[in-house]
Design a protein around this ligand. Structure first.
Ligand SMILES: *Cc1c(COP(=O)(O)O)cnc(C)c1O
Length: 235
């Protein structure tokens, strides 16, 4: 486990890399870095929060709900696969859901958000390489999916999300990140009244630099901040 000082150091290294990557002609003017806190202790998370990183990403509903009351003054993002029957636990706790990938989930988010009289910002997760182990909508299903979303008034799509390929080499992710960006720009052109196409959530520890060069507005970083991740028990 890293000390608070080591975590601060890692964060300042990442901040430098982000500034470098933002010099790319395709980079967004602003890039939000989520500190991905899955498996990390409250103590480790506080080190990042105290260094000024106030947007946190969690994969799992249970873990998010456990940590939620223990860390004040931050915004939580749900970045992992979301089971429909668990939406009710996080609907009033998260700032953005990154993993919207099916209509059944959209319907439940809409229903729970209406109950709480809020509008839930979501990103549509795409599985561009059709990796069997990954969640996310296929590209060819996206247009119909977006049309169907028009009926959900308490859910607002704000962009797209994807997870790069597992290859070590970050360049392997570049074509997919460029494709996600092109897709977002295409959808923005079509100007659907019920969606916004502002965000591109893409890039993790090993490929965030490339993601930013290709236009990411949100990167999701865990192990580069906190060190190698202990495996999930009983995953
Ligand atoms: C775990 C996770 C991350 C962060 O991964 P690192 O490689 O540790 O940076 C980002 N996005 C998602 C969806 C994740 O599950």
């Amino acid at each position: 486990m890293k000390t608070a000082e080591e975590i601060r150091l890692a964060l300042s290294e990442i901040a430098k890399t982000i500034e470098e990557a933002k010099k790319s002609p395709r980079a967004a003017a602003e890039v939000l870095m989520l500190a991905v806190t899955k498996t990390r202790t409250v103590e480790e998370i506080r080190a990042a929060v105290e260094a000024g990183y106030l947007e946190l990403g969690e994969n799992r509903v249970q873990e998010l709900c456990d940590k939620y009351p223990q860390i004040a003054g931050v915004r939580w993002h749900l970045i992992g696969a979301l089971q429909t029957n668990k939406v009710k636990y996080i609907i009033d706790k998260v700032a953005l859901i990154h993993s919207l990938d099916r209509l059944e989930l959209a319907a439940e988010i809409d229903r729970q958000a209406a109950k709480h009289q809020l509008v839930m910002p979501c990103l549509i997760q795409l599985n561009l390489a059709k990796e069997e182990t990954k969640a996310g909508l296929y590209r060819e299903d996206l247009a119909d999916f977006i049309k169907e979303l028009a009926k959900y008034k308490n859910l607002r799509v704000e962009g797209l999300m994807t997870i790069g390929p597992p290859e070590e080499d970050p360049e392997a992710a570049r074509p997919l990140f460029a494709e996600l960006r092109a897709l977002r720009d295409e959808l923005a052109q079509q100007a659907y009244p019920h969606i916004k196409m502002k965000h591109l959530s893409m890039g993790m520890s090993h490929d965030y630099r490339v993601a930013i060069e290709e236009g990411a507005t949100i990167v999701r970083i865990g192990s580069t901040i906190f060190g190698p991740r202990p495996p999930y028990k009983n995953a």
